[in-house]
Design a protein around this ligand. Structure first.
Ligand code: GLC
Length: 549
C-alpha cells in the first residue's frame, strides 16, 4: 500500500488557522507553529488551500501569480521552512492547484484582455456578443449572475464558471496546459507532497456553445449543467498525469463533481488520471444536481448510507476513496447531519468514528476535531463568502422573503466552516492579537484546543484515540468493507475484515436508544465507545468500535 493510503489528511484553511503578526489573517508561520498539534492527531498529509498571490476575491482561489506566496501569508522562505519543518515530522504538504481559472489580475489575463492579437490572446475563453449585444449564452455562473462578462478593451465577452474576477483558462490551447504543468513541477521541486486539483471537471469546454433550457426565473441555466465533465476531458487529464505525477512520489486528489461510478476507473487508480477523487453525493444530500441553496430536498439517513455505500463499492476496485464530511465549501457536519438539539459532543464523535473507520484515507477539516458547529449572523452584510451573496440574491429572485433567504445562508454558507480556529479562551480564541478577518465563533470559550486537551471526553481526544486506533489496527486500512443493518433508519454500521482481523463500527445517528442483534458481539471486545457500551444497545448518538477476539 502507498503512504497516502496509510495516513490521515488534514485540510487547512490558512486564512483562519493562526495569525502570528496581528494582521487578522492566518499565515504560514502560524502553520509551522502548530505542526506538532497536527502531528499529535496522527496527520501525515496537510492540504493547504491556495496561498499563492491573490486579490482574495475567493480567498485565494483567484490566483494572480502561481509562483509566489501572497504577502498576507508570508514569504517564499516561510514556505520553504514549512516544507522542511513538516518533513521532520513526517508530514507532507499538499498544495491546491487552481487550474480552471485565474484571477483577473493575473498578468496572463491582463495581457489577454488587451486586444485579440497579443501573445496571450487565446489563453482565456473569449466570444463575441450575440447580435443584440447580449452574452454569448444564457449560462449562469456558479456564484450567481451571468457566466459572461463584457470586456470593453477587446469588445468581447469572457467566460467565468465562478466569479467575474475568475476568468476561465482556455485548456484547448496547449501552451496554457504546458504552463500549468510547469507550475505543478515548480512546487514538486520545492517539496510539495502532492496536489488537490481544484474544480477540474470544468476544464474541457464543449465544442459548440449554445443556450440551455432555463432552470430559474432569471432565464438562465447553470454553467455546471452545460460544461461539467465534457467528453474529451480525460485526454487533458492523462496529459496532466504524464507531465506532473507519473513516476513521482506524490499523490493527487481531484475535486470532480458528477463523475459516474462506471467512469471512475478512467479517473482514478493505476490507469486513471489521479490517485483519488472527491465526490460529493454524501455531502450534497439535499441537492439532486446543482447546489441551489433555496431549493433543498429533505433527506434521510438512508440517503447518506446509500451515498457512502455507493462510493465504498465504486472504489473497491478503482483507486482509493478520500473520506470526508467537511471542507471549506461545506457547512459543519454536526449541523448538517444532526438536529439542533442533539448532543453535540456525541454527534461530533459519530462523524469522527465513521471518518476514521471507513475504507479510504480520512480527510479531516480544521475545527472538525474540536467539534465546531454552524452559526447564524443576522445580516448578509456580515458574510464574506462570495457564493453566499450570489445564493442570497438568487433566493430573493426566486420569490423568497429576506428572512427565508437568510435561513438558506445560515444553513449552507461556506463561512460556517471558515471562522477562525479556536486555540484557547483568550480574546479572539488565541487566533489573532488583531481584529480577525471573520468573527470568531461564540462557542470558543469551551470549544477550544487548550480546554479540549485537558478534557478526556473531548472531541479532540476522541480524534486522537481514533488516530491511534487506525495506526494500531491495520485492518482499518487494508480490510474489506461490508455494511451491516442496511435498513436500520437510525444506525450506521459496517464490518472491516482482512483474514482473521475484524473490526465493527456501529454509530447511532439518532436521539433514540436503539436495540440491534449481532450474534458475534459476544465474541468481541469494545475498543472505543463514546458512552459505556451495552451489548445489543446503542444509546442516543453513541459511537463504538468493537473487535473480534
Ligand atoms: C472549488 C473550491 C472553492 C472555490 C471554487 C472556485 O470548488 O473548493 O472554494 O470557490 O473551486 O475556485
Amino acid at each position: 500500500m502507498k503512504w497516502w493510503q496509510k495516513t490521515a489528511a488534514f485540510e487547512l484553511y490558512p486564512k483562519s488557522f493562526l495569525d502570528t503578526t496581528g494582521s487578522g489573517t492566518g499565515d504560514l508561520k502560524g502553520i509551522i507553529r502548530k505542526l506538532d498539534y497536527l502531528a499529535s492527531l496522527g496527520i501525515g498529509i496537510v492540504w493547504i488551500t491556495p496561498v499563492f498571490r491573490s486579490p482574495m476575491v475567493d480567498n485565494g482561489y483567484d490566483v494572480a501569480d502561481y509562483y509566489s506566496i501572497d504577502p498576507s501569508y508570508g514569504t517564499m522562505e516561510d514556505m520553504d521552512e514549512l516544507f522542511a519543518e513538516a518533513k521532520k515530522r513526517n508530514i507532507r504538504i499538499v498544495l491546491d492547484l487552481v487550474y480552471n481559472h485565474t484571477s483577473e489580475q493575473n498578468a496572463w489575463f491582463i495581457e489577454s484582455r488587451r486586444d485579440r492579437t497579443n501573445p496571450k490572446a487565446d489563453w482565456y475563453i473569449w466570444r463575441d456578443a450575440k447580435e443584440d449585444g447580449s452574452a454569448p449564452t444564457n449560462w449562469r455562473g456558479i456564484f450567481g449572475g451571468s457566466a459572461w462578462t463584457w470586456c470593453e478593451e477587446r469588445k468581447q465577452y469572457y467566460l467565468h464558471t465562478f466569479a467575474e474576477q475568475q476568468p476561465d483558462l482556455n485548456w484547448a490551447n496547449p501552451e496554457v496546459r504546458q504552463e500549468l504543468y510547469r507550475i505543478a513541477n515548480f512546487w514538486i521541486d520545492k517539496g510539495a507532497g502532492g496536489f488537490r486539483v481544484d474544480a477540474i471537471s470544468y476544464v474541457r469546454k464543449p465544442d459548440v456553445f449554445k443556450d440551455g433550457e432555463p432552470d430559474g426565473e432569471d432565464g438562465m441555466v447553470s454553467v455546471h449543467d452545460m460544461t461539467a465533465n465534457t467528453p474529451g476531458i480525460l485526454e487533458y487529464l492523462y496529459e496532466f498525469r504524464q507531465n506532473v505525477s507519473e513516476g513521482k512520489d506524490i499523490f493527487t486528489v481531484s475535486e470532480a463533481n458528477g463523475v459516474k461510478a462506471n467512469e471512475l476507473k478512467y479517473w482514478v487508480g493505476e490507469h486513471g488520471a489521479f490517485d483519488m477523487l472527491f465526490e460529493f453525493s454524501h455531502v450534497n444530500l439535499e441537492f439532486k444536481g446543482v447546489e441551489t441553496w433555496c431549493k433543498p430536498d429533505p433527506w434521510k439517513l438512508a440517503d447518506l448510507k446509500k451515498a457512502l455505500r455507493d462510493s465504498q463499492e465504486a472504489t473497491k476496485d478503482n483507486g482509493w476513496y478520500p473520506i470526508f464530511f467537511e471542507n471549506h465549501d461545506k457547512p459543519r457536519s454536526i449541523s448538517h447531519y444532526f438536529p439542533e438539539d442533539a448532543d453535540k459532543n456525541a454527534a461530533a464523535k459519530v462523524i469522527g468514528t465513521v471518518l476514521y473507520t471507513l475504507r479510504g484515507t480520512p480527510f479531516l477539516y480544521q475545527g472538525q476535531e474540536l467539534g465546531y458547529d454552524n452559526f447564524k449572523w443576522d445580516s448578509i452584510d456580515c458574510y464574506n463568502d462570495i457564493s453566499s451573496y450570489g445564493q442570497y440574491e438568487f433566493a430573493l429572485q426566486e420569490g423568497l422573503s429576506e428572512e427565508e433567504a437568510m435561513a438558506c445562508v445560515h444553513r449552507f454558507s461556506r463561512d460556517n466552516s471558515r471562522t477562525p480556529m479556536q486555540w484557547d479562551d483568550s480574546p479572539n480564541a488565541g487566533f489573532t492579537s488583531g481584529t480577525p478577518w471573520l468573527p470568531v465563533h461564540e462557542g470558543y470559550r469551551t470549544e477550544n484546543a487548550e480546554a479540549e486537551e485537558k478534557d478526556p471526553s473531548s472531541v479532540l481526544n476522541w480524534y486522537r484515540a481514533l488516530a491511534s486506533l487506525r495506526a494500531e489496527e491495520t485492518v482499518l486500512t487494508d480490510g474489506s468493507f461490508t455494511e451491516l443493518f442496511e435498513d436500520d433508519p437510525y444506525l450506521y454500521a459496517f464490518r472491516r475484515k482482512n483474514g482473521d482481523a475484524e473490526l465493527i463500527t456501529i454509530v447511532n445517528f439518532s436521539g433514540n436508544t436503539v436495540k440491534y442483534g449481532l450474534a458475534e458481539e459476544s465474541d468481541c471486545d469494545v475498543l472505543l465507545s463514546s458512552f459505556p457500551h451495552e451489548t445489543g444497545v446503542m444509546k442516543p448518538y453513541e459511537s463504538c468500535v468493537i473487535k473480534k477476539r
